[in-house]
Design a protein around this ligand. Structure first.
Ligand code: SF4
Ligand code: SF4
Ligand code: SF4
Ligand code: FES
Length: 345
């Protein structure tokens, strides 16, 4: 173990722990922007600077490992002034269009601006209209809101193993761009980690503010992984899908289907009533009629060819309980072991 002092508090942590993690372990909050629990430290924003006794310049807590006996200060007039300057510089080309930004209300940058009481854009610079070059039509990239923290590109590379996006350009014209467009799987991992409204979802734009939607926790039904997600409901309509970094097997990750494939739920083409084909055309029927017809056909096949002429194929989109009932039905009612499941394929 390594012993150190943070803001007068004695702390003991494992070797290799960063100062940021040691502080969090001790219940001490250090502001961060680019740091994300699921990514290797990026060290791009400098919001997490701390003073270490004996060193002339502050160090970034997110990527500096603890060493025996160091004395760390996380809050001082000098640190607060430097953090405030960092924020002011991040706002040089930032539009602060929070009223129309989909991230407003759950934006880390907005929260820090509020915490540091920064009343608007202090430093001004010429803004260029910049084209958004993002590799998927499901996500909109707003270059002026981007603080170049690099969480998105790091997540695409480290979590997804794809490297579809990266930093491009220099100075005020730096932006995130598609470097391997073909590799993008439209998974939305980049949106999940973005601390600002620089990446927003195209399907849900302007459909409901974060504090207005009811987030209903559920399990994704697309495959057998069972990812946990939140269905965002506003005025009884689904306006988006979110997830959390600390729940379920997915821990903040989703695939393109889980994160963006929700519009079918309200599609007018969706079947909501049984259809029975008569004379080459489908006709609406009641559930009693439809189930009666299926039972009659199954009985007929069993009587003429035996139970093993029938097989059941169940679905990963059903719950465990429904799949249990399906195999029970095939074995106990039909009388065959011909039962399988698409998730096994
Ligand atoms: S990214 Fe954050 S601070 Fe910037 S406009 Fe959106 S909500 Fe406001
Ligand atoms: S949507 Fe997924 S694959 Fe595409 S850039 Fe974002 S993280 Fe990378
Ligand atoms: S798009 Fe978001 S995550 Fe990516 S660099 Fe900009 S602010 Fe950071
Ligand atoms: S959080 Fe440490 S440099 Fe950004």
């Amino acid at each position: 173990m390594v012993n150190l002092t943070i803001d007068g508090k004695e702390v003991a942590v494992k070797e290799g722990t960063t100062i940021l993690k040691a502080a969090r372990f001790a219940g001490i909050k250090i502001p961060t922007l680019c740091y994300h629990e699921r990514l290797n430290p990026i060290g791009s924003c400098r919001m997490c600077i701390v003073e270490i006794e004996g060193l002339a310049h502050p160090m970034t807590a997110c990527n500096t490992p603890v060493t025996e006996g160091i004395i760390v200060t996380t809050d001082s007039p000098r640190l607060q002034k430097m953090r405030m300057e960092t924020l002011k510089l991040l706002l040089v080309k930032h539009p602060l269009d929070c009223p129309v930004c989909d991230k407003g209300g759950e934006c880390t940058l907005q929260n820090l601006i509020h915490e540091f009481e920064i009343e608007g854009t202090i430093y001004q610079a010429e803004r260029e209209d910049r084209e958004s070059l993002y590799p998927t039509p499901l996500i909109h990239y707003w270059p002026d809101r981007c603080i170049m923290c690099l969480r998105c590109a790091t997540a695409c590379r480290e979590i997804k193993g794809l490297g579809a996006i990266d930093i491009d350009g220099s100075g005020f014209n730096t932006s995130i761009t598609a470097v391997n467009r073909d590799k993008c799987e439209s998974c939305g991992e980049c949106i999940q980690v973005c601390p600002t409204g620089a990446l927003t979802e195209n399907l849900g734009r302007y459909k409901g503010r974060p504090w207005m939607v009811n987030r209903v926790m559920t399990t994704c039904t697309y495959c057998g992984c069972g990812c946990q997600l939140e269905i965002n409901v506003f005025n009884n309509r689904i306006v988006g899908i979110t997830t959390k970094d600390d729940i379920g097997v997915n821990k903040g990750s989703l695939c393109v289907k889980g994160r963006f494939g929700y519009e079918f739920i309200e599609s007018e083409e969706r079947l909501t009533k049984p259809l029975i084909k008569k004379d080459g055309r489908f006709h609406e029927a009641s559930w009693d009629e439809a189930l009666g017809l299926v039972a009659e056909k199954l009985k007929g096949i069993k009587a003429s060819h035996g139970a093993d002429a029938i097989a059941g194929l169940s679905s990963a989109r059903c719950t465990n309980e429904e799949n249990y009932l399906m195999q029970k039905f095939m074995r106990a009612v039909i009388g065959t072991n011909n039962i399988d499941h698409c998730a096994r394929l």
